[in-house]
Design a protein around this ligand. Structure first.
Ligand code: SF4
Length: 428
């Protein structure tokens, strides 16, 4: 059972890959399982509740449960509510989780069962995969406890990452989603260590990562990028369609004073000027972001500044959260927490504004031809994504009457309709 963000999903995949290599199998239901490993999320209180509920459900339906992941960094919270849990380990504690599984359910050694595909076991559909390039984070955003839970930035070497990407592509992956807590900081902890791949030299750094992945000829989508000046270097690769013209940048706010209180990385950058320059160089660029409204001390003037910023930035895809305190986060101590009803009202205003922008931008797509990647089929309708849509978090392109199309195919479509977040296309 895997909860939480794509980073946690990658952790689950690693645990599963290791267990599969040892002959364990994945059971389709709790009842059919000898043991359940719950990978938890502890980011906000709602996620903690969801994780605790999932543990309770696994306990009642299977009985033998090991807990890992971000919430595992706080075992007392888990054991207080679920004392029957067999073992609790923290985030990225792969060996510990696997060790706990061995203790509870010793592996049957069978060299034939040990054969696992070299690209590992993935939880995503076969045609896309998350590529986690680093663990941990060196930033100190005041609302976040991930650095305390997951530790400091620890980048994987460039040759290791590019090798994994190559194996994934060889196994049929058509889209790679690059993730880390702060992808733009990739390699800074290991002094941009050099490596070689396919006979060429690369450094462990953001731009070399993009250049290397561009060689693979698949969709490459960059997530969790912060607007540091060096990010500008990737825009020409996007304009040349070597990597997808898509950037997921968690801006979180548009008011410099709120960003300072949030202690966001790159908070002093003039992001609007940046966005203008990027779009001038690559007009097709899609920008996705997330925001927090009702952060402690957020005044009406600061919120209005955020809305103006959003109007100017014209982001394509936007997610929004109402600030909620996380146990152990520095922001809890900030004065003037915003009342829940004010948060609610600001959230509604923000989402309305974001929907208007999205609707306008998507309406401009009607009549365009595009190549989409089909994720699944429901009846005769295919659910697909364009270059502008990341799986799970962005919109979709619905293709009616999609006979002959299979999941994992690229398909040429012409866009015939648009609503607030999704498009409808016809096969060309
Ligand atoms: S960048 Fe900020 S929000 Fe993201 S993990 Fe690091 S500290 Fe947390």
């Amino acid at each position: 059972m895997s909860l939480g963000c794509p980073k946690a999903l990658v952790d689950s995949e690693r645990i599963l890959t290791q267990l599969r290599a040892e002959g364990y199998e994945v059971a389709p239901t709790y009842e059919a399982a000898d043991l359940v490993v719950v990978n938890t999320c502890g980011f906000i209180d709602a996620a903690i509740d969801e994780s605790l509920d999932a543990i309770g459900e696994a306990l009642s339906r299977c009985g033998r449960v090991i807990v890992t992941g971000c919430l595992g960094a706080r075992p007392e919270r888990i054991l207080e509510r679920h004392p029957r849990v067999l073992k609790v380990t923290g985030p990225q504690a792969y060996e510990e989780v696997v060790g706990a599984v061995h203790e509870q359910l010793p592996p049957r050694h069978d060299p034939f069962l040990d054969l696992v595909p070299p690209q590992g076991v993935r939880l995503t559909p076969r045609h896309y995969a998350y590529l986690k390039v680093a663990e941990g984070c060196n930033n100190k955003c005041s609302f976040c406890i991930i650095p305390a839970m997951r530790g400091r930035l620890a980048s994987r070497r460039i040759d290791d990452v590019l090798g994994e990407a190559e194996r994934l592509v060889a196994a049929g992956v058509k889209e790679l989603l690059v993730i880390a807590q702060d992808t733009s900081a990739y390699g800074s902890d290991i002094r941009y260590a050099p490596g070689s791949w396919r006979g060429a030299s690369y450094q462990t750094r953001f731009i070399d990562l993009a250049r290397g992945l561009a060689e693979l000829g698949v969709w490459v989508r960059l997530h969790y990028v912060y607007p540091y000046p060096h990010v500008d270097q990737v825009i020409p690769l996007m304009a040349a369609r070597r990597v997808l013209p898509y950037l997921d940048i968690p801006f979180q706010h548009g008011s410099p004073s709120v960003l300072r209180r949030m202690r966001r990385p790159a908070h002093a950058e003039d992001t609007l000027a940046r966005i203008r320059a990027w779009r001038a160089e690559c007009p097709e660029l899609t920008l996705r972001s997330t925001f927090i409204v009702g952060f402690p001390g957020e005044t009406e003037a600061e919120f209005a500044e955020l809305l103006r910023w959003l109007d100017e930035a014209e982001l394509d895809r936007v997610g929004c959260f109402k600030y909620s305190p996380v146990e152990g986060a520095a922001a809890n101590a900030l004065p003037e927490h915003v009342a829940p009803e004010v948060q609610e009202e600001r959230y509604a205003r923000f989402m309305e504004r974001a929907a208007t922008i999205s609707r306008r931008r998507l309406a401009g797509r009607i009549g365009q031809r595009m190549r989409v990647l089909v994720d699944s089929l429901e009846g005769g309708t295919a659910l697909a994504r364009s270059e502008a849509d990341a799986p799970q978090i962005d919109g979709i392109v619905r293709i009616e009457d999609a006979r002959g199309v299979r999941a994992g195919d690229f398909a040429p479509v012409r866009i015939v309709a648009a609503d607030d977040y999704d498009l409808t296309g016809r096969l060309e």
